[in-house]
Design a protein around this ligand. Sequence first.
Ligand code: PRT
Ligand code: ZN
Length: 294
Amino acid sequence: MTNIRIAIQKSGRLSEKCLDLLGKCGLQFEMHKRMLIIRAKDHPVELMLVRDDDIPHYVRDGVCQLGIVGLNELEEKTGCSQAPESPVRVIRTLGFGHCRLSLAHPKGMAYEDASSYAGKRIGTSYPNILQRFLDKNSIDAKAVEITGSVEVTPSIGVADAICDLVSTGSTLISNGLVETDTIMKSEAVLVRSKRELKPEQEEFIAKLLQRIEGTLKARNAKYIMMNAPKSSIETISELIPGMEQPTVMPLMTDNDKVAIHAVAQEDVVWETMEKLKLAGASSILVMPIEKIVE
Ligand code: PRT
Ligand code: ZN
């Protein structure tokens, strides 16, 4: 019996990262190109592979109990996700798919502030979010809905400016566009339906959330090991980023030195390792951590 159905993007920027995250949480799927629904190997879970535009509605309507989607897509399809009347609840930001939804204009257009867009046609795939921004700021501009390459619309005369997703900014630059106002920041989020679920479904969601927590925490964390003079323990502890309670152990052959093992909550960069060495540490090892349960 299927317990939980999770909607993810079939093919696009978020697909692989969704599968990777679910895999790290113990949910393995055998992917088949043409299949819409795929069952997990050892869990009562199904994946529904769809266009990202459809995920908010599938979750809202209870076709799927969970979904992973960009916050931008969620807010476009269901309104502000924070609003109490929102039909879908964000239960976790997932730390990938980062981007921003920004206004941008051709280099030649005069710009002082967002009100410079008044009277303009703004090409976008996010007409609802754009309209809310225009209304909130009392800017009388026209949102022109475009599916596809929004960035070319000013050069072909379909729009005067655009409102589009930006990550590195290179698409805007290569199309002669200048980014101005950021309307929203986005990343992939785990969403659930606000409908009442069965107790076993709630249980599964709580467990999945815990595993996501452990996976995301481990993503940045590092395990660090080194030998150090006893006299430098304090200096060294202060150098390790976000360190909690190091383990300090005697060395078999050197009474003046100890082995220090610790979990650093952030990446340990080369500069930190060089400072540790200057503080007397030697044999410094930094290792990735796969999972954390606290
Ligand atoms: O087929 P389907 O409808 O499922 O996919 P899609 O084409 O609608 O979406 P897709 O795969 O392009 O993006 C899925 C999600 O990834 C988006 O909804 C965002 O949440 C997130 N995301 C993160 C991005 C970007 N970064 C991004 N840079 N989505 C799109 N872009 C595009 C942007 O539209 C522009 O064309 O990349 C270009 C800008 O990139 P830079 O790096 O040049 O600034
Ligand atoms: Zn889409």
